[in-house]
Ligand binder design. Structure first.
Ligand code: GTP
Ligand code: MG
Length: 206
């Protein structure tokens, strides 16, 4: 897929304020600081379209980006950041959970996992929660360029092993680096495929 246009649509503090459900959309989720916003920028090839920070907790609302006037990318706040005050964390959690469960045109969530750290319970718990709620998702292992990721190739297989204690199969997954621009094409091809099916179904309904 070629990205012709990528525009910021808006930031929304709750599901009920989000744009109409009139096109396919894809949400990026994962722990704070895992690289959700950076991955969005890398995919659309615009620096700082989604705001990034080395401090966890940068993204605090549901952020919409319009791609090719055809589909939406959605940047969500991260989970698992202990320093965010508890009441704010609970609000974000509620907002993200509500979004993922009730947003009917959300085709597939991209669950980002940091490839520089051993498997984290909070990530496995979140994946299990997605499964319990029948929310379709794929996995993206981020920051593959970092020394820690390169030195610890075992983190990926450790994560798979941990995951497969709860699941029968490992989902589709991608490996990415925002810095090295790795992972863009496979992720866009994957989205393109689902978009195609979405628009075919829409045509058939007419
Ligand atoms: P929250 O909005 O706080 O949930 O974080 P986020 O998941 O959106 O992370 P963000 O994209 O803001 O990136 C966090 C930090 O990781 C920043 O300092 C980025 O520069 C860095 N980072 C993100 N992706 C990569 C990557 O692929 N490689 C490297 N080396 N650093 C990355
Ligand atoms: Mg962010």
């Amino acid at each position: 897929m070629i990205i012709k246009t990528a525009k910021f649509v808006g930031s929304y503090p709750s599901l009920k304020l989000c744009p109409p459900e009139d096109r396919p959309e894809y949400a990026f989720i994962g722990r704070s600081n895992v690289g959700k916003s950076s991955l969005i920028n890398m995919i659309v090839n615009i620096n700082n379209l989604a705001h990034t920070s080395s401090q966890p907790g940068k993204t605090q609302t549901i952020n919409y980006f319009d791609i090719n006037n055809k589909w939406h990318l959605v940047d969500l706040p991260g989970y698992g950041f202990a320093k965010t005050p508890k009441n704010i964390r609970q609000n974000w959690g509620k907002m993200v959970d509500e979004y993922l469960v009730d947003r009917m045109n959300m085709q597939c969530a991209f669950l980002l996992i940091d490839s520089c750290v051993p498997p984290q319970d909070v990530d496995i718990d979140f994946a299990n929660w997605l499964g319990e709620n029948q929310i379709p998702f794929v996995i993206v292992f981020t920051k593959s360029d970092k020394k820690k990721a390169k030195q610890n190739k075992g983190f990926l297989s450790q994560f798979k092993k941990e995951f497969l204690q709860y699941w029968e199969v490992f989902p589709t997954y991608f490996i990415s680096s925002a810095n090295k621009k790795e992972g863009k094409e496979p992720i866009l091809d994957f989205i393109d495929n689902i978009n195609y099916q979405y628009f075919e179904q829409m045509k058939a309904k007419k």
